[in-house]
Design a protein around this ligand. Structure first.
Ligand SMILES: Nc1nc2c(ncn2[C@@H]2O[C@H](COP(=O)(O)OP(=O)(O)OP(=O)(O)O)[C@@H](O)[C@H]2O)c(=O)[nH]1
Ligand SMILES: [Mg+2]
Length: 389
């Protein structure tokens, strides 16, 4: 929550957001902080800004280093399959072992800590799709401040579509779940779905605030928002409102963008501990996130169980297209819960969307005999869709 910033601080922040040059930006952020009164209401915002400053400093350093030597380990993993899921956690919890157990990855588990140094992918097949699991180097206390390559580690998590937090059932699982979720949250990666989301896109021209409504305001009006943005010297912007949004959510959006990543907790090494009290405490620490208890050493049906869990968690919807007089396509097009016929058309080709007349559906979402539907019809997993343009 950000409260009662003096006007000069707000206009300084405006300068910060207008500046691209990292060195100047860093200097302006320092000036901004010195203008912020220190109290409980500004704590969270100050630490967010400090973290952004630490990250900038590291970027500046990295650029200097990169200018000297042109190579280094890459933290970016190209997405593949239906979704990319980052497997994060403390060192030695068994992330490499999990990838060995459920994916085609040949990453080597090791008894010593910090053995995996760069994000390492593997594919987990599930029915007719695949999930890409990426083992991300360990998260430690202080990762969000840059400890142990923390910025790169956390940006790999941010870059994913979902997260698995893997902990060792025999090594303070509750404490480790809390540490990892705190480091994620500190770097603005939310593991619980936020009630409301705001996106503010500034425009260089015009003098009005336009809205895209995918939700509603809670305890404030559009006048309040326009007033707040004016204090930050923003007169023209596109504001996207999702879910229930308060004025605080809007102000929060001015300071670094939070992302939500659906998250599953897995407690590993169940073969070493079967104490129900420990399992119960893991579930309690993970809540409201769901927790699975597994053994990568002795995985049994883990491949299928994990595939099904991720499918549900990520809200995946598979749709099969069909051309008149032919069989439906074997490979699905992968979308997300809530996807409608128009979204699907856009995924295939913008032409399809523009020339759309109607579609015929067979499968779970079909309501009428003819299966004839319009562009807003919401699809369900397993639908077969024939477009008419
Ligand atoms: N008993 C038992 N040991 C396991 C299990 N999973 C992993 N281990 C052991 O735990 C140690 C660490 O496993 P890794 O898979 O390398 O752990 P990691 O999380 O990838 O560790 P780093 O990449 O080094 O941070 C190894 O000695 C594994 O053999 C399990 O389910 N049961
Ligand atoms: Mg590893």
């Amino acid at each position: 929550m950000v409260t009662n910033l003096p006007p000069d601080a707000k206009s300084k922040w405006n300068e910060v957001t207008q500046t691209r040059n990292p060195e100047t930006r860093l200097k302006l952020m320092g000036e901004f902080l010195s203008m912020v009164p220190k109290h409980k209401g500004t704590d969270k915002m100050c630490s967010q800004v400090k973290r952004q400053m630490a990250q900038l400093r590291e970027e500046i350093e990295d650029k200097k280093k990169a200018a000297k030597r042109r190579s280094g380990p890459s933290y970016f993993v190209e997405k593949a399959g239906a979704a990319q899921v980052a497997v994060v956690g403390p060192t030695n919890a068994g992330r490499s072992s999990l990838l060995r157990a459920v994916t085609n990855s040949s990453v080597e588990p090791a008894p010593w800590p910090f053995s995996t140094r760069v994000p390492t992918p593997g594919m987990l097949p599930y029915e007719d799709i695949q999930f890409q699991l990426v083992e991300v180097p360990p998260i430690v206390e202080g990762s969000s401040e840059g400890r142990s390559d923390g910025f790169q580690v956390l940006s790999a998590a941010r870059n994913s579509d979902g997260i698995i937090i893997l902990v060792d059932l025999t090594d303070d699982p509750g404490g480790n779940i809390l540490t990892v979720t705190r480091e994620l949250e500190n770097s603005r990666i939310l593991t619980a779905e936020p009630q409301g989301e705001v996106e503010v896109t500034r425009r260089g021209h015009g003098s009005d605030i336009q809205y895209i409504w995918e939700g509603e305001l809670d305890g404030c009006t559009t006048d309040d928002i326009a007033g707040l943005l004016r204090e930050y010297k923003i007169r023209s912007a596109l504001v996207r409102i999702r879910g229930r949004v308060t004025l605080d959510t809007v102000e929060d959006a001015m300071f670094g963008n939070a992302v939500y990543r659906p998250t599953l907790v897995i407690a590993n090494k169940a073969d070493l501990s079967s104490d129900p009290a420990v399992v119960e405490s893991v579930r309690a620490s993970a809540a409201p996130l769901e927790a699975m208890v597994v053994s990568a050493e002795n995985p049994g049906d883990l491949k299928d169980e994990l595939g099904a869990k991720l499918f549900e968690l990520l809200g995946i919807v598979r749709v099969y297209t069909k051309q008149p007089g032919k069989e439906a396509a074997e490979a699905p097009i992968v979308g997300h819960r809530g996807m409608n016929v128009g979204d699907l058309a856009k995924l295939i080709h913008s032409d399809f969307y523009e020339r759309f007349k109607y579609a015929r559906i067979r499968g779970p979402s079909a309501k009428f005999e003819s299966g004839r539907v319009g562009i807003d019809h919401v699809l369900m997993d397993g639908d077969i869709v024939q477009f008419h343009t």
